[in-house]
Design a protein around this ligand. Structure first.
Ligand code: GLA
Length: 388
């Protein structure tokens, strides 16, 4: 298994929480095909926490799928998901119980990995609740990583330790393919804003093989579901999608796909944004206000401005670039991108030829700077090429 680009798919947690079952999964698989999401690249259908019985089978020691929620067993669900041309994902946890208090994989890693392989799993999300204090987190992820490799199936390994314990320093070495670098999202603008702002100095740790995961999307939830909160409006969701794409995060939809409006579908299947997210070079975006500063002890620190009007820039493959203007503020802001901050001084003679990712329109070549008036919570995003 090689995570060349961030995975795309759907995860049950944000909308369904404990209310998952065979029907929900089959209907979601159908909806992923019918809406065109699968063909747009959303290939994983992942069942999160709460899928099992409360205790393991006393004879085999195996985790048992809930008889009530999944009466036909997990292999049958997985076969259905595969029959729709999708991939199937499961959930477990590194501790003694999962976060929602179901059996977890600590001390059972090799058996559980084998069980997930028997189900036909292609993806495992691995949480961090109830981790035994006498074990460091890295060894927990190393164990399951090796157990998955021994399982006989190619399984994408998705770690979820919420950015704790300096995870960015050791996670790549464990064999994990994506790792949560933030706490849990909820469906509100402050939640997605704070996640985005907290991640800027983490972005360089993402690269092909192992990407930072800034959590499942809440697009299309409008306050409904398990992590409902106050909900967002379409402007907030537009900005959320642009940020997740720019930050090379996995794109795991968390809204109820069965009820997605055409507007929501149009946003999450935007080819230009997905092209940015899936760029094969996997280079990090950066905040153009980023600078290195020496503190009183002469130590060099990387700092970014705490202004809520942001410009992010990203170098893509094929000599292309992406620039994202985001207004995290509660009032309209004039946001100015000085191209010299991205390495393009006026003396070079070059400017950037800009195509708006949301409507595909070219706005011509901009030189030296580009200034936009942007409404609260809104964004503008461009793919660009150098041009004289
Ligand atoms: C943790 C994770 C969430 C979700 C829940 C399930 O909070 O961060 O994404 O998996 O557990 O209980």
């Amino acid at each position: 298994m090689l995570a060349k680009t961030p995975p795309m798919g759907f995860n049950t947690w944000n909308t369904f929480g404990e209310e998952i079952n065979d029907t929900v999964i089959r209907e979601t698989a159908d909806a992923m095909v019918k809406t065109g999401l699968r063909d747009a690249g959303y290939e994983y259908l992942v069942i999160d926490d709460c899928w099992s019985e409360k205790e393991r089978d006393p004879k085999t020691g195996k985790i048992v799928p809930s008889r009530k929620k999944f009466p036909k067993g997990m292999k049958s669900v997985s076969d259905y998901v595969h029959s729709q041309g999708l991939k199937f994902g499961m959930y477990s946890c590194a501790g003694t119980r999962t976060c929602a208090d179901y059996p977890s994989s600590y001390g059972h890693e090799f058996l559980d990995a084998k069980t997930f392989a028997e189900y036909g799993a292609d993806y495992l999300k691995y949480d961090y609740c109830y981790k035994p204090a006498h074990y460091d987190g890295d060894i927990m992820y190393r164990r399951m990583s090796l157990a998955l490799k021994a399982s006989g199936r190619d399984i994408l390994f998705s770690a979820c330790n919420w950015g704790c314990d300096d995870v960015h320093n050791w996670i790549r070495s464990t064999g994990v393919h994506i790792y949560r670098s933030t706490g849990d999202i909820n469906d509100s603008f402050p939640s997605m804003r704070d996640i985005a702002l907290s991640q800027v100095l983490n972005l360089p740790y993402a690269a092909p093989g192992c990407y930072n995961d800034i959590d499942m999307l809440t697009i299309g939830m409008y306050g409904k579901g398990n992590v409902g909160s106050s909900g967002c409006n379409d402007t907030d969701y537009k900005t959320q999608f642009a940020l997740w794409c720019m930050f090379a995060s996995p794109l795991m939809l968390g809204g109820d796909i069965r009820t997605f409006s055409n507007k929501t579908l149009k946003l999450v299947t935007n080819k230009r944004l997905i092209r940015i997210n899936q760029d094969i070079e996997g280079r990090p975006a950066f905040d153009v206000s980023m600078r290195t500063e020496k503190n009183a002890d002469g130590e060099i620190k990387t700092v970014v401005s705490n202004d809520l009007a942001k410009v992010y820039f990203r170098v893509l493959s094929d000599n292309e670039f992406a620039v994202l203007f985001v207004n995290f503020d509660e009032r309209e802001r004039e946001i100015c991108f000085y191209m010299t901050d991205a390495g393009l001084p006026i003396e070079s003679g070059y400017g950037l030829k800009m195509t708006d990712v949301f409507n595909g329109r070219s706005i011509g070549v901009k030189k030296e700077y580009m200034s936009r008036r942007i409404a609260p919570h809104d964004c503008e995003c461009y793919i660009c090429k150098l041009s004289k």
